[in-house]
Design a protein around this ligand. Structure first.
Ligand code: ADP
Ligand code: MG
Length: 236
């Protein structure tokens, strides 16, 4: 389709993979329910960013995604909104564990992601919490006991809580590795691999990264199945 090609060229979008859907060039054409569109409107966003436009339709058709785009390109909502749709479709009981798990490298990032999840998930009745080190476990465990749909976690703290058997990942079927390159730089690879062993293999996996070095390619090869790769601009 020439308009798809023109949009991709204009926004420097490169896609690699099979059956790659056309980008969504407006929020309304994305297939999101009214509750979510209302939140987008409230936030004052006028159109999807290029990474959102191209990765939403891929994620919404349950394909694995590798997204390579620099900071500030809107990656968080790129994975959260399809994750919310996934939660609504499955209707799991959150008391049996989260359906969506987002791994992020730092407490600051996990907190920011949680804020977006709370803000954009509220009217869809999506519950979220975050787990990170350097803070008492008590309140984090209490949120888990109450039951949440979305857990945003740093790998170290999540492993601690897994070892305490205070969380089950048996219901996770949408896994996001955010800032994958930074998580590997920080030495989290063994922790990530350990966490993934607790998640059933029938899942959708999405990886977001600003750079694409061989360490990141290797973990993508191991954890994702026939992913579509979306790149915005040029990468290292
Ligand atoms: P990244 O993870 O790629 O660094 P973020 O997801 O943190 O980027 O988004 C950067 C900022 O852009 C955030 O403040 C976010 O709320 C805002 N944002 C996200 N999507 C849009 C959009 N479609 N239009 C305008 N701003 C947006
Ligand atoms: Mg980000």
């Amino acid at each position: 389709d020439p308009s798809t090609e023109a949009y991709r060229r204009r926004h420097e979008i490169t896609v690699v993979g099979d059956n790659v859907p056309a980008p969504i060039t407006s929020f309304e054409s994305g297939g999101f329910p009214p509750e979510i569109l209302k939140e987008i409107q409230r936030a004052g966003f006028s159109s999807p960013t290029p990474i959102q436009a191209q990765s939403w339709p891929i994620a919404l058709q349950s394909q694995d995604v590798v997204a390579i785009a620099k900071t500030g390109s809107g990656k968080t909502l790129g994975y959260l909104l399809p994750g919310f749709m996934h939660i609504k479709r499955l209707q799991n009981n959150p008391r049996s564990g989260p359906t969506v798990l987002v791994l992020a490298p730092t407490r600051e990032l996990a907190t920011q992601i949680l804020e977006e999840a709370v803000k954009f998930g509220r009217s869809s009745r999506i519950s979220s919490t975050c787990l990170y080190g350097g803070a008492p476990k008590g309140p984090q465990l209490r949120d888990l006991d109450r039951g949440v749909d979305v857990v945003v976690a740093t790998p170290g703290r999540l492993n601690d809580i897994l070892e305490m058997r205070r969380i089950s990942l048996k219901q996770v079927s949408y896994l996001v590795l955010d800032e994958a390159d930074r998580m590997l730089d920080m030495g989290f690879e063994p922790q990530i691999r350990k966490i993934v062993k607790d998640i059933p293999p029938r899942r959708q996996t999405l990886m977001y990264t600003a750079t694409w070095p061989k360490e990141v390619r290797r973990i993508a090869d191991d954890l994702l199945v026939h992913p579509v790769q979306v790149t915005i601009g040029s990468v290292d």
